[in-house]
Design a protein around this ligand. Structure first.
Ligand code: CTP
Ligand code: CA
Length: 226
């Protein structure tokens, strides 16, 4: 068996990976965010690079450094991520959406710090939906392009988790959906992951658990074997 360093099965491929979590500003000093660390996305970018791909990492507030030998585009909000990934997807063979994209953003962003004296004892936040980037990429993809989504769910029952994943797959229309269970202590900030991968018809094509690096390699195996 070839070692990871020797396996150049992605040479000539252009892969775009989104990673991390977007932040939606409320005012110059505050934002709505999430707990995604970016570790699984960084692991996918690194594994793809090691296998010879040309990698662009679209990075939204990573907790860890990006690999040195990949091109990094830093973004903050969902709409910035949308613009970057749409541009990069035009020339990509594979798009992997590991980023945790904020579903909603504040309906307005204050240009100065929101003052509690002005707001009073309670404060209603008004939010509007962000674009569903994965659904848009899937709808607009070329026939030879592979689009991969990630679904982070807080559902510990395996059957219910699969059901959620299949419904999400239908809404997104991606080629593969990587489902993982996240909670207060699992999934986002850890170095290990446990995933189930569905193909576009909702069939289980892979199950893996282990380091995020090994899970990344298994995901790339699935994509390249198609
Ligand atoms: N995603 C996206 N654009 C959004 C929200 C999510 O592209 N506005 C992508 C994520 O990058 C991920 C996939 O869609 O690859 C699934 O994200 P997830 O949050 O699990 O799904 P949602 O459809 O947002 O459903 P919910 O949060 O209600 O579970
Ligand atoms: Ca979401």
């Amino acid at each position: 068996e070839a070692t990871r360093a020797e396996r150049r099965d992605l040479a000539g491929k252009h892969i775009v990976v989104t990673a991390g979590g977007t932040r939606e500003p409320l005012d110059p000093v505050r934002y709505l965010g999430n707990r995604s660390s970016g570790k699984q996305g960084v692991a996918v970018a690194q594994a793809a690079r090691q296998r010879g791909a040309e990698v662009v990492l679209i990075a939204a507030h990573l907790d860890i450094p990006a690999p040195d030998d990949v091109e990094v585009r830093s973004v903050s909000t969902a709409r910035e991520l949308q613009r970057a990934v749409t541009e990069e997807a035009a020339t990509a063979d594979i798009v992997v959406m590991t980023a945790a994209v904020a579903d909603f953003r504040p309906a307005s962003t204050s240009t100065s710090k929101i003052k509690k004296e002005k707001v009073g004892d309670s404060y209603q936040l008004s939010l509007v939906a962000n674009p569903d980037i994965l659904a848009e990429l899937s709808a607009g993809k070329r026939a030879d392009q592979v689009v991969v989504g990630f679904a982070a769910e807080t559902e510990s029952d395996p059957q219910a988790l699969l059901e959620l994943g299949r419904r999400k797959l239908e809404r997104k229309g991606c080629d593969y959906l990587v489902i993982n269970n996240v909670g207060w202590k699992t999934g986002f900030s850890t170095d290990e992951n446990e995933v189930v991968v569905l193909d576009s018809r909702g069939r289980i094509v892979m199950e893996a658990s282990g380091s995020k690096a090994s899970v990344a390699d298994r995901i790339l195996d699935v994509i390249t074997s198609a």
